[in-house]
Design a protein around this ligand. Structure first.
Ligand code: HEM
Length: 393
């Protein structure tokens, strides 16, 4: 009988379950909330290896052709395909998503952060840090990068929540997906009519000049960038603040030693990895891991959070070590699908934690740890809300 990952107690604190599974072996069968049975890889070495093994494919060796136009428009992005399509799509986005464009965002990220921090409620009343800070920062950044109007962000947030929410939102998924695709098509049409200096215009030019991106691929790419660009970074900021405030001495140490912020961010990524399991792989042929063989065409989840807690790889894996000297975590994945947005996510987090610790050293948790609710689903690990009080600025 596979382990049932739909259990809410598992999401509240999955670490003990993962620890006992790692002790039992590097891979096991699990049942997901959707009822689907999948294989889960739990240990670091095996997870890292699987991320580079082409037998763990995105389409199991079959070229998948989703039937509906919406599914097609959402599934032609680089994270959903194998080489050679992956190589081509990643190269095209990388041409527009350059280090120079990311670095050029720094002053805007600092300005957005300062604006959000200025707007924290005064008077000591509790407020939700996710809503006031962890969510609006990355979404504003990715929207500005892509050139998406500020007014559309609330609608966009609602669709995005449903789309990544998994089985909990199954009934609403088709409507949200159709709305999102229609919205992206409208955006592309507007940018074609009036090109700007944004990433969206850059991607359109890549498509129109080389004719190397289909329209579905272009819509799908924007979709991936929008979703990946904020659903993850919100969790990095939220989970990091949670890890700091739930043990006050950690928060105080970071306020006193801001030089630790980059290492601390790596530790947040390791300890409460915002992407809990990598996106699905399908075995193209039988693959033996340890003493078990995963059959061909089986769905496989690579447990990034579990791998990042592997005692065989990380000394004191169960401890939060803010100045961990070596931290080769897999939170951004590994291999050909390694996160394209990692430099942007790190930049945003550094600016966010620098701003928070310098402006609000009195920030405090305003809820018992046991009252904090974690979002359902195995893909993302993050809190719904994080009630805090601002303290004296
Ligand atoms: C891929 C994590 C932020 C864009 C990935 C993967 C992970 C990941 C684990 C690989 C998934 C897999 O192999 O199945 C994260 C985390 C982030 C973050 C933890 C923040 C803390 C971002 C941002 C962007 C982004 C800000 C873009 C603006 C992408 C893209 C891919 C990707 C395009 C697909 C790469 C490919 O398939 O070649 N991310 N990500 N990510 N991420 Fe991120």
């Amino acid at each position: 009988m596979p382990d049932n990952l739909a259990d809410p107690a598992f999401h509240a604190n999955p670490h003990p379950a993962y620890a006992s599974w790692r002790r039992e072996g590097p891979t096991r069968k699990v049942r997901l909330a959707s009822g689907l049975e999948a294989w889960l890889i739990t240990r670091y070495d095996e997870a890292r290896q699987a991320l580079t093994d082409p037998r763990f494919s995105k389409n199991g060796g079959d070229d998948n052709h989703p039937s509906s136009a919406i599914d097609r428009a959402l599934s032609r992005h680089m994270l959903a395909v194998d080489p050679p399509d992956h190589t081509r799509l990643r190269r095209l986005v990388s041409a527009a998503f350059t280090a120079r464009r990311i670095e050029a965002m720094r002053p805007r990220i600092e300005a957005i952060t300062a604006e959000l921090l200025d707007a924290f409620p005064s008077g000591g009343a509790p407020f939700d840090l996710i809503d006031a800070f962890a969510f609006p920062l990355p979404i504003q950044v990715i929207c500005e990068l892509l050139g998406i109007p500020a007014d559309d962000r609330d609608a966009f947030r609602a669709w995005s929540n449903i789309i990544v929410g998994g089985v909990a939102y199954r009934d609403q998924f088709p409507g949200a997906a159709a709305a999102m695709v229609g919205y992206i098509q409208g955006l592309l049409a507007a940018r074609r009519a009036e090109p700007g200096d944004d990433l969206l215009s850059g991607l359109i030019q890549v498509r129109d000049s080389g004719d190397s991106l289909t329209e579905d691929e272009l819509v799908s790419m924007v979709f991936l960038l929008l979703i990946a660009g904020h659903e993850t970074t919100v969790n990095l900021i939220g989970n990091g603040v949670y890890l700091l405030l739930s043990r006050r001495e950690r928060w105080e140490r970071l306020c006193a030693e801001p030089a630790l912020i980059p290492a601390a961010i790596e530790e947040f990524l390791r300890y409460e990895s915002p992407v809990e399991t990598a996106t699905f792989r399908i075995t193209s042929e039988p693959v033996t891991i340890g003493d078990r063989t995963i059959p061909a065409h089986a769905p496989v989840l690579i447990g990034l959070l579990s791998a990042n807690h592997d005692e065989a790889r990380f000394p004191d894996a169960a401890e939060v070590v803010l100045d961990r000297p070596q931290n080769p975590h897999l939170a951004f994945g590994h291999g050909i699908h390694y996160c394209l947005g990692a430099p942007l996510a790190r930049l945003e987090a550094q600016i966010a934690f620098t701003g928070l610790t310098s402006r609000y050293p009195g920030l405090a948790l305003a809820a018992a740890e046991s009252d904090l609710a974690w979002r359902p689903g195995l893909l993302l690990r993050g809190l719904f809300t994080l009630p805090v009080t601002p303290g004296q600025p």
